[in-house]
Design a protein around this ligand. Structure first.
Ligand SMILES: C[S@@+](CC[C@H](N)C(=O)[O-])C[C@H]1O[C@@H](n2cnc3c(N)ncnc32)[C@H](O)[C@@H]1O
Length: 205
């Protein structure tokens, strides 16, 4: 992966994802999580302070060692056990029907085979369990989409394979999830091409 991918990028992500302005979005997406939770693309643990009381434990899936190390203080301060339990959302080391909820924030953009990752999340969720998602992707407006397509190759090179044009809701429904709630919006203060977010809950039917 190289020094940039292994050491620099996780630190850049830690700062970019740690901005206080997105705290209200993290709080919203974590609402309703319960029981045994799997979080894919855990990063440096910025969602940890927002896990609701109904969560009993969290299995964190994160490939970047530096990201996990940067999460140390947040994990130590967590009110529930948080364990790094896997390295790749495309291959989850759990039995079928193991989890009550799943969480993914700004991660589906980066996982290389996102369809496989979503089918893995579905496999490990109990029937009727929910995936809570907050993801950036293809914008609702054609003008913004044009810029996203132009800038995507650069984005991928700079940010570890991050795509700008993935259709979040389409990917979830193609994977067999049923969307029970979704809010699609541009993030305040972020460039539109980066911040076309989908925040919602999908049922593993
Ligand atoms: C933009 S960051 C978001 C981190 C975190 N979810 C947050 O909201 O702060 C994307 C994360 O996905 C992780 N990632 C990349 N490939 C992955 C994979 N195959 N499986 C799981 N996570 C992956 C990256 O290491 C990074 O931590």
């Amino acid at each position: 992966m190289g020094i940039y991918g292994e050491h620099v990028l996780p630190r850049v992500i830690n700062v970019a994802c740690g901005m206080k302005t997105v705290a209200p979005l993290r709080r919203r997406v974590c609402e309703g999580l319960e029981g045994n939770v799997v979080e894919i693309g855990f990063g440096s643990g910025h969602n940890v302070p927002f896990y609701p009381e109904a969560v009993s434990r969290v299995a964190a899936i994160e490939p970047a060692d530096v990201g996990w190390r940067l999460a140390e203080k947040r994990v130590a301060a967590a009110t529930v056990p948080v364990e790094r339990s896997g390295l790749d959302g495309q291959s989850l080391p759990f039995a079928d029907d193991s989890f009550d909820s799943a969480l993914s924030t700004w991660t589906l953009c980066t996982i290389p085979d996102v369809a496989t990752a979503l089918s893995e999340v579905r496999r490990v969720l109990k029937p009727g369990a929910t995936l809570h998602f907050l993801e950036h992707g293809l914008a609702p407006d054609e003008g913004v989409r044009r810029w996203q397509h132009r800038l995507e190759p650069l984005e991928k090179r700079l940010f570890g394979g991050c795509h700008l044009t993935r259709p979040v809701v389409g990917l979830l429904t193609a994977a067999g999830f049923e969307i029970t709630y979704v809010d699609i919006f541009y993030e305040d203060g972020a460039p539109k091409f980066l911040g076309a977010d989908s925040l919602g809950v999908a049922l593993s039917a």
